[in-house]
Design a protein around this ligand. Structure first.
Ligand code: ZN
Length: 142
């Protein structure tokens, strides 16, 4: 089973974000659907370059990661909750978000349209993608 390794889930609500996320730190987060049985379905993963609080408030306002009209019509679960974790470095946030992205089915399953991108000005590459490339290379070369 894929694991997020994050705190929560909490309801995606301005008051709760303000109350819950008090450390002014970067971090990773997941948006998803909290079922009545407390199960959490991951629908979107991302990371905060500045603070988790600021980024989640932005997500809430801009409806980041929410499915489109088709999802609503087909009865796909909507985002109503979040999980988060702080990180010591921005690179750690990025790598964790990449790992979550792959573990939870990538762009096929998640509402993320693209693979998470590194922050502007950095040339970090996702560890998982690098592993896959290396594995493919070995198969071809061997
Ligand atoms: Zn990757």
């Amino acid at each position: 089973m894929a694991k997020l390794d994050m705190d929560g889930p909490h309801k995606l609500d301005e008051k709760i974000i303000l109350k819950e996320i008090i450390q002014p730190m970067p971090g990773s987060f997941a948006l998803g659907h909290l079922g009545s049985d407390r199960s959490f379905e991951v629908l979107y993963v991302g990371y905060a370059e500045k603070t988790v609080q600021e980024t989640l408030l932005h997500c809430l306002k801009k409806r980041v990661g929410q499915g489109g009209l088709m999802d609503k019509l087909t009865g796909k679960n909507q985002i109503n909750a979040f999980k988060y974790s702080y990180a010591n470095s921005l690179e750690a946030c990025f790598q964790k978000t990449c790992k979550n992205f792959h573990d939870f089915g990538g762009a096929k399953k998640l509402n993320n349209k693209d693979h998470p991108k590194p922050p502007k000005g950095s040339d970090w590459v996702c560890n998982k993608c690098t592993e896959e490339l290396t594995a493919n290379f070995k198969v071809k070369a061997g």
